[in-house]
Design a protein around this ligand. Structure first.
Ligand SMILES: CC(C)(COP(=O)(O)OP(=O)(O)OC[C@H]1O[C@@H](n2cnc3c(N)ncnc32)[C@H](O)[C@@H]1OP(=O)(O)O)[C@@H](O)C(=O)NCCC(=O)NCCS
Length: 324
């Protein structure tokens, strides 16, 4: 375990928040819950079929003593949550009957536990698809004030530094306005989670006009929007990854930049670049990729990769506790 993840777990321990797990009929969730409660990192709430969960725990000798389990179908909260969903979605054509059916789905039920402050964090996606998790999050807690888009970030842990990469998992082709919001959300979360001051590089295949193309224009415009919308943040672009990361190249290509050569928040122009970039960094540079962590929601509702390990689930729970 890296110092970073150890540190995150220690910080989450001091909060010990209630965390709902909607994909709970999965052995990894049960082992995560057991670890979290035993180590007082969080108080897990398992959302799902109580009999199935207990059976799975017994078959695998997982001790769920002291862990709350809620079956949405049997919960007295179902009516209240259905009314809330109906109010949010009726203008889009949802009927009350559809809302009642929808909140029986643990992804939505957990979302409303978060919306009503019964829990502080939701961690799902170990079984459900990214699309299903993000839709449930958008329709329950909703998008954060002043932010146009839900996105995601990774913390890439390298031996001598930590970097934030975004968006590597959610939005295939963000607009300039959306790209600016991804940068702002990422920078704020990077600060919340690591305690370090964010320096945002808006990445491109061009540095300061070295190439002209509509893709470059999008990044230039997004950089301007970040400056206008969040003047407190250090941002520069458009720039190539080497100018962002290597001091001598940053100095040569972007003289006087407050970011070039020392960037720690890397904003990729689209999902192709972001997803490929994080996987190359993980596989070739040996970085530990912590995430993806969903951001841009009013409250932290996380989407894990379906290939995640118990360790990933514990780490993401810890990080989301720091975003709450
Ligand atoms: C986010 C996602 C689920 C939305 O898919 P969708 O449901 O087909 O999107 P729609 O365009 O029908 O939008 C549904 C609603 O969600 C909203 N929405 C969609 N994406 C959004 C986003 N990123 N942020 C905020 N709201 C969003 C839309 O505005 C719409 O709201 P409305 O019904 O109130 O008008 C989709 O982009 C997705 O699956 N992304 C994940 C990509 C992926 O698979 N990544 C894995 C690779 S690691």
């Amino acid at each position: 375990m890296s110092d970073f993840t150890e540190n995150m777990r220690a910080k989450a321990k001091s909060r010990n928040y209630k965390v709902a797990f909607p994909d709970s009929e999965d052995l990894r969730t049960l082992k995560t819950a057991e670890f979290l409660i035993n180590n007082k990192i969080a108080q897990p709430v398992l959302v799902g079929n109580i009999d199935n969960i207990n059976k799975l725990a017994q078959e695998n000798s997982v001790n769920l003593n002291g862990i709350e389990i809620i079956n949405p179908i049997q919960s007295p909260l179902i009516e209240k949550f259905a009314d809330m969903l109906y109010e949010k979605r009726k203008a889009k054509g949802m009927t009350l009957e559809q809302a009642i059916e929808t909140v029986k789905n643990p992804l939505y039920f957990a979302g409303f536990l978060l919306e009503t402050d019964v829990v502080k964090v939701v961690v799902g996606g170990n079984v459900s698809s990214t699309g299903d998790v993000i839709r449930a999050a958008i329709f329950s807690v909703g998008v954060a004030e002043g932010i146009s888009i839900v996105s995601s970030y990774f913390i890439m842990v390298l031996p001598e530094r930590m970097l934030c990469f975004a968006d590597c998992a959610v939005n295939p082709d963000p607009t300039d306005v959306q790209l600016a919001d991804i940068a702002i959300s990422s920078a704020r979360n990077f600060r919340a989670v690591t305690g370090e001051d964010p320096k945002i590089a808006m990445l491109s295949f061009s540095t300061k006009g070295s190439a002209t193309h509509p893709h470059v224009d999008k990044v230039i415009q997004a950089t301007n929007y970040v400056r206008e919308k969040a003047p407190d943040l250090l941002v520069d672009g458009e720039m190539q990854a080497d100018a962002a990361l290597i001091p001598s190249i940053g100095e040569r290509k972007c003289k006087g930049s407050p970011v070039a050569g020392k960037a720690n928040v890397l904003i990729f122009p689209d999902l192709d670049a972001g997803n490929i970039g994080y996987k190359l960094t993980e596989r070739l540079a040996g970085a530990e990729a912590v995430g993806p962590i969903v951001q841009g929601l009013k409250k932290p509702y996380c989407d894990l990769s379906r290939g995640c390990s118990v360790d990933d689930m514990i780490n993401v729970t810890a990080i989301c506790s720091l975003m709450a």
